[in-house]
Design a protein around this ligand. Structure first.
Ligand code: SF4
Length: 338
């Protein structure tokens, strides 16, 4: 099916939730987004994996809304509270081109699975106007085959999460018991579409980087994920093990039902930083697995706490991140920043 021609928001089955609602005139889907593409922030980001960050930063565009809505999401202001503004395909393209002009190594679209047709349309328009840098799709991995097929016309680099392979945890934290099977299938399809290609400076031009965030108290679930990655993905893509889990205070989410739901969901694991013992275990594990292409965050529980301000963005601000982590280019409230 050509989603661009098929009014995909009329009876939305864009993601595996398959809500079937008409997003032209309501926000009642799980992602709580209408048919309008909304964006919160665009910046040069220096905290992605080295082949994505390169020398000049990744041109990151944070899409408003999310089809997964993890209970612990650090970007909850934009993924769950709707912070952002609608943009036309022309403005979307202008933002991409501005990032390119500022030196971005690539365009890095964050969490856009609920808006694939609009994003593809915007990227095609931007390419028509002179966008030439690689396109990176940065998502939760909760995608349909149709979406991946559609994205493959514009995406060069895939940056999916593999959050868990435990359906009880995926049901508890993001109400998606099918997440493990969907994400495995999506990742396999991405690997098929994008062989690993780097330029002479080790910048990624094509390929897949699979991210796994270690959750506190859930090391057995991490082992399940690493086992699967070793068996099915090692050598064909890069593996990125992240240990920055940070408890969030969710002070901007004033909705009682969502606070109540989140509180219950977060009972699935201890909502704290990783302990020193857990950091040691991660080190042991990644040494044992000997992944061919591996990235991991060399942190411990103390410097994780110190870096708290860096990891937790505030999308109300023109600069949502620390200056060391990002250079803002566009903001939902302020527009272009220079
Ligand atoms: S994109 Fe949104 S409305 Fe569409 S199926 Fe997914 S969660 Fe439901």
């Amino acid at each position: 099916m050509n989603l661009l021609n098929a009014k995909p928001y009329k009876s939305c089955t864009l993601c595996p939730r398959k809500c079937g609602i008409n997003r032209e005139n309501n926000l009642s889907g799980f992602c709580k987004e209408s048919a309008n593409l909304r964006i919160s922030t665009a910046c040069l980001h220096f905290g992605e994996e080295p082949p994505i960050t390169g020398k000049k930063g990744s041109g990151t565009i944070f899409i408003t809304g999310c089809n997964l809505r993890c209970a612990f999401c650090q970007n909850y202001q934009i993924s769950q509270c709707g912070m952002g503004t609608s943009v036309s395909k022309e403005t979307f393209a202008q933002i991409c081109l501005k990032l390119q002009e500022e030196g971005a190594e690539n365009i890095n679209i964050v969490t856009g699975s609920h808006a694939v047709p609009s994003i593809v349309e915007g990227l095609l328009f931007a390419k028509d106007k002179g966008l030439t840098i690689p396109i990176c799709w940065n998502s939760s991995g909760y995608e349909t085959e149709e979406s991946i097929q559609m994205l493959s016309s514009v995406v060069d680099i895939w940056l999916p999460d593999l959050k868990t392979l435990n359906p009880l945890i995926s049901e508890a934290i993001f109400q998606a018991k099918d997440y493990p099977s969907v994400a495995k299938k999506a990742i396999r399809a991405m690997i098929e579409k994008a062989p690993l290609i780097f330029d002479e400076n080790e910048k990624m031009l094509s390929g897949v980087i699979i991210r796994h965030l270690v959750l506190p108290g859930r090391m057995n679930d991490t082992i399940l994920v690493l086992d699967w990655l070793k068996k099915h993905c090692d050598g064909k893509c890069c593996i990125s093990v992240m240990s920055q889990y940070t408890p969030v205070n969710f002070s901007d989410d004033k909705t009682p039902s969502s606070s109540e739901h989140r509180k219950k969901a977060l009972e699935a694991f201890p909502n704290r930083f990783l302990t020193t013992e857990e950091f040691a275990q991660i080190h042991e594990l990644i040494t044992e697995y000997e992944f061919e292409y591996l990235f991991y965050q060399d942190l411990d529980s103390d410097n994780c706490k110190e870096l708290n301000a860096d990891w937790l963005p505030d999308f109300k601000k023109k600069q949502p991140f620390s200056n060391a982590l990002a250079k803002p280019v566009w903001h939902w409230n302020f527009g272009f920043t220079n």
